[in-house]
Design a protein around this ligand. Structure first.
Ligand SMILES: *Cc1c(COP(=O)(O)O)cnc(C)c1O
Length: 451
């Protein structure tokens, strides 16, 4: 085995990892994760860390699951690769497509594969524009997204998303518009939940009227905005949104990359929230992150139109419908089912988590705690009354996250919010430990700030 010093040096001299400030990183060094099991990850310096982020919102069944490893091994031996271009496919993909149609809502029965959430969303952009062109409306091209929306990192997906820093680095293609997100912590003020829901949704109508419905292809939303900071919409928000989409004949795209595969107590958050999407983005939990794979669920209405009209859809990737990824996805879905992980989330851990994080409300640094299914955010504030936020935004969040990791808990910071998205196999004792370690991290952060 390479020794620790070598690995650090290789990293420092040769690796430019995602979403990093390279200058800061080269100074501070990288943590090298060597192995993982259950809910624990281990680094090359011997630290054991409880993974309350499920990797990057994706390791839904936890680490070290032989069922997934065996599925990959067997498929690699049988057929490690073949493409799905030119009228070919493979066994796991055929089975997975039927399985996804079974677990998805009734009107979603068609699947297009890709390898990442970003690619799936790029696929959707092309698909919805192609759909409207076939309908005789090639001018319907604009897609409306939301502030703090995250739909991936390719130029198109980032343009569709609402992360300003990404737009500034050359990811702001034309034909994307954004509206404010229903972020209660910042914007609700003293409106009731119903008022806030309606007023947040009306922003979509105003945007449509401004741009012109005849130019708009679709509206896209994550049911709960993940990377934007676990932003949970007020009750009724999506009901208004869907009415507006229907009224103006705009397709509704639901990005379930994080919320899919059990995280909200159903297979999909569209079921939990009663959404009726035309197109759905899936990735992350599809394979629990064991292999890269993403999928686009396409409604019967759209698929039937594409099939009836005919003509080639010029789109796809070398690894679209990869047999090994599909075999792992099938094993993953089977495991979620046989272990009853969705019911476990719905009946036990989601309500337990919602209750457990309330213990943090009284901490002097905490402005709000909120959760939906197994997604949670603890907002840190300078003063509780107001609340008054920290300036500049993000530094205290990072400090607190680093304290948590030092204490053996992997969480993520978004602005000054501490984010949790644990594996679905988390037990109540894991939640207790998470909250305990968060308390310690908050206290440590508080003392650092007082220095
Ligand atoms: C992670 C994520 C994506 C992008 O997926 P990648 O596999 O990183 O390209 C898209 N949408 C949402 C909601 C995500 O959380």
């Amino acid at each position: 085995m390479q020794n620790q010093m070598d690995l650090q040096r290789f990293e420092e001299q040769h690796h430019l990892p995602p979403f990093s400030d390279f200058k800061a990183l080269k100074k501070e060094g990288t943590r090298i994760i060597t192995h993982a099991n259950g809910h624990m990850i281990y680094d090359s310096e011997g630290h054991a860390i409880l993974d309350a982020m499920a990797g990057l919102w994706c390791v839904n069944v936890g680490y070290g699951r032989d069922e997934l490893v065996n599925a990959a091994t067997e498929q690699m031996q049988k057929l490690p690769y073949y493409n799905s271009f030119f009228k070919t496919s493979n066994e796991p993909v055929a089975k997975l497509s039927a399985k996804l149609a079974t677990i998805a809502q009734e009107h979603l029965n068609h699947v297009i594969y890709a390898n990442s959430g970003s690619e799936a969303n790029d696929t959707i952009i092309r698909l919805v524009r192609h759909y409207w062109a076939l309908k005789g409306h090639p001018e319907k091209r604009v897609i409306i997204g939301r502030e703090y929306g995250y739909h991936g990192s390719t130029i198109m997906a980032a343009s569709m998303g609402g992360i300003k820093a990404m737009h500034e680095q050359s990811a702001s293609e034309a034909d994307f518009e954004h509206i404010r997100s229903p972020y209660g912590f910042l914007y609700q003020g003293n409106q009731t939940e119903a008022q806030f829901a309606e007023r947040s949704a009306i922003l979509l109508k105003e945007k449509i009227l401004d741009v012109g419905a005849d130019k708009i292809a679709a509206f896209i939303a994550e049911p709960v905005q993940g990377a934007g900071g676990v932003i949970i919409p007020p009750d009724g928000y999506f009901e208004h949104i869907q009415k507006i989409c229907n009224e103006f004949e705009i397709l509704f795209i639901v990005d379930e990359v994080i919320t899919g595969f059990g995280r909200t107590g159903n297979w999909f958050a569209s079921q939990t929230m009663d959404l009726k999407p035309d197109v759905v983005t899936l990735a992350k939990g599809l394979t629990s992150g064991y292999m890269p794979m993403s999928a686009v669920l396409v409604s019967d209405r759209i698929a039937e139109h594409l099939i009836n009209e005919g003509g080639e859809f010029y789109h796809g990737f070398t690894y679209s419908g990869h047999p090994v990824s599909a075999a792992v996805a099938l094993a993953n879905l089977e495991l979620i089912e046989t272990e009853g992980l969705i019911e476990h989330v719905r009946d036990i851990t989601a309500p337990y988590l919602a209750n457990a994080i309330k213990q943090l409300d009284s901490h002097p640094l905490v402005g709000e705690t909120r959760s939906f299914g197994l997604l949670a955010c603890i907002e840190l504030v300078k003063h509780k009354s107001g609340p008054v936020l920290f300036e500049p935004v993000g530094e205290v969040g990072k400090l607190c996250r680093d304290q948590a990791i030092k204490g053996g808990l992997m969480v993520r910071a978004v602005r000054d919010g501490m984010i949790l998205s644990p594996p679905l196999s988390f037990q109540t004792r894991d939640i207790d430990m998470t909250v305990e370690k968060l308390k310690q991290a908050l206290d440590a952060t508080d003392s650092e700030l007082k220095k």
